[in-house]
Design a protein around this ligand. Structure first.
Ligand code: ATP
Ligand code: ZN
Length: 304
């Protein structure tokens, strides 16, 4: 097994993902769908790539941007919140960019939001003047406050930010919100969004130049193929010729259809890959517009 060291030239790619937590499973599933498989090491921190020379490093999400900056890993799957926080902190220290977002991955969606006690009336950012705001995202919050022209103090906490107002250590918070249930349980309400976040593929600010470059390009191509098909469905239906234009207008997010077995005079058989969400409502609309015998098939993966 290769030692876990940074090196200017390596012929294997190394990708950091979260060891456990919200992004761990979806990150692995995405990389598996790209055709990667691994042999796990005994300590489960390093997984040796078997199908391709692409190894995994299993770490805390907070460490991922730093591992890329130091060249220990080439890529990482991390929340945009974490990546932007560390980038903003570097910028505040006058350091240059060390990593960049290569691709949004469509899972781990959440928002970085300001939340105030539910008894307050929200009158806008000016209301924050002189207040104490608890957060695990001090650099993003400080940048935002500066942009708003507001002076407030940032209380940095590494966890349990939502109880800070109750404990009296802060007046309000700036934290990640997905369902909003945690805020509600702590009598807080969200009022401003600082960042729309999701898991992203992070890579080095500079292009890879050695053998890893081709491997990285192939992996990105595969990832794009997998992501494009994630919500895609293959639709098959029959339709009378004169209803086809109206039906295709209902499918602006679908590929140009393939026409199958068009019998003279009879209905056409169509199949098309739809890349948007296919809901019951859409299917009913298609039926009303003349689609007959609608079939919806899931698509697992494509060789992009
Ligand atoms: P680690 O042990 O790796 O440091 P963690 O506790 O920091 O784990 P998780 O709670 O697993 O991390 O969250 C990882 C990422 O999941 C977050 O950085 C964020 O991008 C995303 N996420 C999605 N929804 C939420 C949410 N409701 N709260 C927190 N993070 C969320
Ligand atoms: Zn973390």
């Amino acid at each position: 097994m290769s030692p876990i060291v940074a090196s200017a030239t390596r012929d294997r790619l190394r990708i950091a993902i979260q060891k456990s937590g919200r992004l761990a499973e979806p990150a692995r599933a995405l990389l598996s769908a790209c055709g990667l498989s691994w042999r796990e090491s005994r300590d489960k921190l390093f997984c040796y790539g078997e199908s391709l020379p692409v190894d995994l490093l299993l770490v805390r999400d907070d460490d991922i941007p730093g591992l890329i900056a130091d060249g220990v890993c080439d890529f990482g799957v991390v929340g945009r919140n974490e990546l932007n926080e560390q980038a903003a902190a570097r910028a505040r220290f006058g350091l240059s960019d060390a990593y960049r977002e290569m691709h949004a991955l469509g899972f781990g969606g959440c928002r970085l939001m300001l939340a105030i006690p539910e008894t307050w009336d929200w009158q806008g950012p000016a209301q924050l003047e002189g207040m104490r705001i608890a957060t695990s995202y001090p650099a993003i919050l400080s940048d935002w406050l500066e942009k708003q022209g507001v002076r407030a103090s940032v209380v940095e906490l590494s966890g349990s930010v939502e109880i800070a107002p109750k404990l009296g250590t802060a007046d309000l918070i700036c934290d990640l919100v997905s369902s909003g249930a945690t805020l509600l349980a702590n009598q807080l309400k969200p009022v401003e969004t600082l960042l729309e976040s999701e898991a992203v593929l992070a890579g080095p600010a500079r292009e890879l130049e050695d053998q890893r470059a081709d491997l990285a390009a192939m992996l990105l191509r595969r990832m794009e193929g997998v992501l494009k098909l994630k919500d895609s469905k293959l639709l098959m239906f029959r339709a009378d010729r004169d209803t086809v234009p109206a039906l295709l207008r209902l499918l602006p997010d679908a590929d140009p259809p393939t026409y199958l077995a068009a019998e003279t005079g009879g209905p056409l058989s169509l199949q098309t890959m739809c890349h948007g969400l296919v809901t019951w409502q859409r299917l009913e609309e298609l039926e009303r517009a003349g689609a007959q015998g609608l079939m919806v098939l899931s698509v697992e993966r494509s060789l992009a």
